[in-house]
Design a protein around this ligand. Structure first.
Ligand SMILES: NC(=O)c1ccc[n+]([C@@H]2O[C@H](COP(=O)([O-])OP(=O)(O)OC[C@H]3O[C@@H](n4cnc5c(N)ncnc54)[C@H](O)[C@@H]3O)[C@@H](O)[C@H]2O)c1
Ligand SMILES: [Fe+2]
Length: 390
């Protein structure tokens, strides 16, 4: 473990539970918001009685004016944050409300960053790279999920270079976030699986990260237990409110854990697949997870043996190493059960891109907390293993 001094970041306020969204108008007013830009996409805007329509009704009832940006794209691009900035300035807005999954929140954070810190966000990749606070930001979360509604990360894709980069700052943490599981009841199976696997990976990577501490460990352990008992059910039976609620609790715990203990090579490599092929983030993470962690086992076998137990494997009488291997088996089983494809080949990844993606993965901010230090050749081998998987 690294030295024992660390900052610990928590969301300031998260309103949690069925129906909490109905109060957003009053809260926005309490925060002094007069005209927020609503950052979302057309699909979410059109959902009958969905997160956007419920939020707008509540804002109207509270007398809060708004303008809508409805062009959020998955793996949000620099053009998206510039469009939000322009709308904000042209309309005389004073705040931001993001409604959606990680892409909506990161678009809102990215726009907030360039509104107060200059136009070129590519210069701000890294940790604590800017000084000025973002405009007031509320995040209404509709996936379980990235945890972006409460994290200090903004993940943006440069559409010209196809590089996905992360701007990390405590100033990115939304002032207020909403996690109302009733907004997630109609998330389709594939999206439930992909976003749930993202939360799963975000509870495993901080657990084995070099930056883990007892607080993040407890968050990871509880998140994994919740995911083990509820993700399969949420995929099989989306209208099960109990399973959806547990998945939201899990994604929040995972978000808080990686906000502090950071991630690892799964995310560093998944960002390359997202940037290069515009592939869904959770699917990329799930496809890489067992192969990265197989590589990581020798760095902390006892942590992986503990993971196996937490995931419900019977490790009685096994050596630490054999128990650790069971955690990899459990990761693969979870992916298979929720219907994730088997290999990165199936999502169109091309081996000729491995070398460049490996180079860039090692520069990604998430690479530094990985428990085993790899070379470019190691990362290429991991991509190859995830490609050959059957
Ligand atoms: N900032 C962070 O801390 C952080 C952490 C992990 C991942 N991310 C980033 O977040 C992005 C992925 O976010 P995501 O996985 O939440 O997906 P997303 O935000 O990209 O949304 C994917 C799709 O799901 C739809 N959708 C969202 N909510 C829905 C609902 N309730 N019902 C039906 N459809 C719904 C959206 O319209 C969209 O088309 C990636 O860019 C990833 O890199 C950010
Ligand atoms: Fe993630």
């Amino acid at each position: 473990m690294a030295d024992r001094s660390y900052d610990f970041l928590m969301p300031s306020v998260n309103f949690f539970g069925p129906g909490v969204i109905s109060k957003i108008g009053d809260r926005a007013k309490m925060l002094g918001m007069k005209k927020p830009v609503i950052v979302t996409d057309k699909f979410l805007e059109s959902m009958e009685n969905g997160a956007v329509q419920q939020s707008l009704a509540s804002l109207k009832a509270a007398g809060v004016d708004y303008v809508i940006y409805n062009n959020v794209e998955p793996n949000p691009k620099i053009r998206n944050i510039k469009e939000v900035k322009k709308l904000y300035e042209d309309s005389g807005a004073d705040s931001i409300i993001t409604i959606g999954g990680g892409s909506a929140h990161d678009t809102g954070k990215g726009a907030g960053i360039i509104l107060t810190n200059g136009d070129d966000i590519t210069k701000l990749a890294g940790i604590e790279t800017f000084d000025n606070p973002l405009p007031p930001l509320i995040a209404v979360n509709t996936t379980a999920g990235t945890g972006s509604e409460l994290t200090r990360h903004a993940v943006i894709t440069n559409e010209e270079t196809h590089l996905k980069f992360v701007v990390v700052s405590w100033r990115n943490i939304p002032l207020v976030s909403y996690n109302d599981p009733t907004l997630m009841l109609d998330v389709p199976k594939g999206l439930t699986a992909a976003t749930g696997m993202d939360a799963f990976v975000q509870s495993i990577e901080p657990y084995v990260s070099v930056d883990h501490n007892p607080i993040t460990d407890s968050q990871c352990i509880e998140a994994i237990k919740l995911i083990e008992t509820s993700l399969r059910e949420a995929v099989a039976n989306g209208h099960n409110l109990d399973a959806r609620t547990k998945m939201v609790e899990a994604e929040m715990l995972a978000g808080m854990a990686f906000n502090n203990a950071n991630l690892g090579y799964v995310h560093a490599m998944a960002h390359q697949l997202g940037g290069q092929y515009d592939a869904p983030h959770g699917v990329c993470c799930a496809l890489l997870l067992p192969y990265v962690e197989q590589y990581n086992i020798i760095a902390c076998p006892e942590r992986f043996a503990e993971l196996a137990k937490i995931m419900g494997e019977n490790t009685d009488g096994l050596s630490t190493r054999d128990a650790a291997e069971l955690s990899i088996k459990a990761m693969k089983q979870m992916s298979e059960d929720v219907g994730i494809p088997k290999s990165i080949k199936e999502i169109g990844v091309k081996p000729e891109d491995f070398e460049l993606m490996a180079e860039n993965a090692l520069k990604d901010g998430n690479a530094f907390s990985n428990p085993r230090k790899g070379t470019k050749e190691d990362i290429i081998k991991i991509f190859q293993a995830a490609y050959d998987a059957k």
